[in-house]
Design a protein around this ligand. Structure first.
Ligand code: UT7
Length: 329
């Protein structure tokens, strides 16, 4: 299978940092509960900076680090569940902000599996021979859709972005992606509060608006937790099987940063020591599709992931989606 290389990766975290204690003024919670149940200490919030801006801040740095010119990017894939607009795509706004034009640009929504799906899509485009360099930007502003009256979910989420420039290489590549729509209602946010249009009245159709369709994120935490602890090891094992590798061949695992307990359970099921898992959940909380590339970025900066290392990135999220990608960094 066509190999790919992450030429460069960079991240951007908005300035404002919210601590666990900051929640105690409006919900009944405490630092001890949040820390022990989730592993989160702080999260960054964009405070109104648009998703496309957070993403382009990361993308600008990634392109600079890649040492290529913007003209050499053939495709921009933005992964986001928090676009600023339904149309156009966030990728088009990012393209404009970067001063680029001409290359393909579109968004994908596979929730917290977004970066893994985006990398896999980049690999497929590269393998087709139609493109060379792909910019994958994972940008999220979850604070826009977080329900700050729901104490079980609002403490989890943060904002941030990371971007990677991906190019062809002769190294090995394998992936295993999937989705299980039966769990679609376990984690959801409606995009627009549906407003009855004049034809409902004209055609005498009663249109009730569900008060839960308020654009805010709803989560059945227990169901998502159960899914996560079984699907993460499953997806990793499947991706490794395709690559003909075992967990012992892998230098670092970069999991979706949703809950430290989920990662610990997945690590134990796989028989992998926790020190092989790259973590930054404590700093950023859950940033959906940005969480895996943010964790990869930090791991590279801290020297935990080095050139030539075999890494596995594994995500899961709303959909319910999941996926694991095995590449050489
Ligand atoms: O990327 C998206 C993927 N999403 C996820 O991966 C989320 C997966 N699920 C989880 O991470 C966990 O289910 C949560 C962190 C969301 C919740 O943890 P939990 O251990 O499942 O807690 P729970 O919902 O069972 O609640 C246990 C108790 C309850 O009190 P009682 O009924 O036992 O008296 C809750 O009301 O903890 C209470 N609780 C809180 N207490 C203090 C819930 N949220 C809070 C809070 N502070 N923020």
């Amino acid at each position: 299978m066509q190999g790919i290389k992450i030429l460069s990766i960079a991240s951007y975290a908005p300035e404002t940092i919210i601590s666990n204690d900051d929640f105690t003024s409006f919900i009944e919670t405490n630092d001890e509960w949040i820390t022990t149940r989730t592993g989160i200490k702080t999260r960054h919030l964009a405070m109104g900076m648009p998703t496309w801006k957070i993403g382009s801040n990361a993308a600008e740095k990634a392109i600079e680090k890649a040492g290529i010119s913007k003209d050499e990017i053939d495709l921009i894939i933005c992964t986001t569940i928090t676009p600023d607009t339904l149309i156009p795509s966030t990728a088009c706004y990012i393209q404009r902000e970067l001063g680029m034009s001409g290359c393909m640009a579109f968004d994908i929504n596979s929730a917290c599996s977004g970066f893994v799906y985006g990398i896999d899509m980049a690999q497929k485009y590269i393998a087709s021979g139609s493109v060379r360099n792909v910019l994958v930007v994972s940008s999220e502003e979850l604070s826009k859709i977080t329900d700050y009256t729901d104490r079980a979910s609002c403490i989890l989420f943060g904002d941030g972005a990371a971007a990677a420039v991906v190019a062809p290489s002769d190294t090995a590549y394998s992936s295993f992606l999937g989705a299980d729509g039966r769990g679609a209602d376990f984690l959801r946010a409606t995009c627009i509060n549906p407003v009855p249009h004049p034809f409902f009245e004209l055609k005498n159709i009663n249109h009730e608006v569900d008060e839960n369709d308020n654009g805010k994120l709803f989560q059945d935490g227990k169901e998502v937790y159960k899914f996560a602890v079984s699907i993460m090891p499953f997806a990793v094992e499947k991706a490794l099987e395709k690559a003909g590798l075992s967990v012992d061949d892998i230098d670092a695992f970069i999991p979706h940063q949703a809950n430290i307990r989920i990662i610990q359970t997945a690590a134990s099921k796989l028989g992998v020591p926790m020190d092989k898992f790259c973590l930054n959940i404590e700093k950023y909380g859950n940033t959906s599709s940005a969480s895996i590339p943010l964790a990869l970025c930090d791991a590279i900066e801290e020297g935990k992931v080095k050139r030539g290392d075999k890494i596995v990135m594994v995500g899961f999220g709303a959909g319910l989606t999941y996926g694991a990608v095995c590449i050489e960094y």
